[in-house]
Design a protein around this ligand. Structure first.
Ligand code: ZN
Length: 104
């Protein structure tokens, strides 16, 4: 079987390289909003995180998004993102199964 080339991205929390589809993208929009971008299509500076709440907690603790997004992310935003993260996790896991490697 021929192996497809999978784009890799680094998780900002645990620093592991993972296939893009295994990661959740957090984006800073041109309006300076920090959002979870489940489809990976929003414009702006992105940071990638494993689709695991444990990694989100690690990122929150180390303020990894501040560094990755080169922007001060307030504690309220981290809290908001954490709630969104937990909410989208199921959707993320099920959408992964539909996704193909043909993207990009
Ligand atoms: Zn991670």
């Amino acid at each position: 079987m021929k192996q497809r080339k999978v784009p890799l991205r680094k998780c900002v929390a645990c620093q592991e390289m993972m296939p893009k589809r295994e990661l959740i993208r957090v984006v800073k929009t041109p309006e300076d909003e920090i959002l979870i971008d489940l489809k990976g299509k929003k414009s702006g500076r992105g940071a990638y995180l494993c689709g695991k709440v444990s990694c989100f907690k690690l990122a929150k603790k180390s303020r990894a998004f501040d560094r990755a997004l080169k922007h001060t992310v307030s504690a309220e935003i981290y809290d908001q993102l954490e709630q969104d993260f937990i909410r989208v996790e199921d959707e993320f896991i099920s959408s992964k199964e539909e996704m193909t490697d043909d993207e990009e």
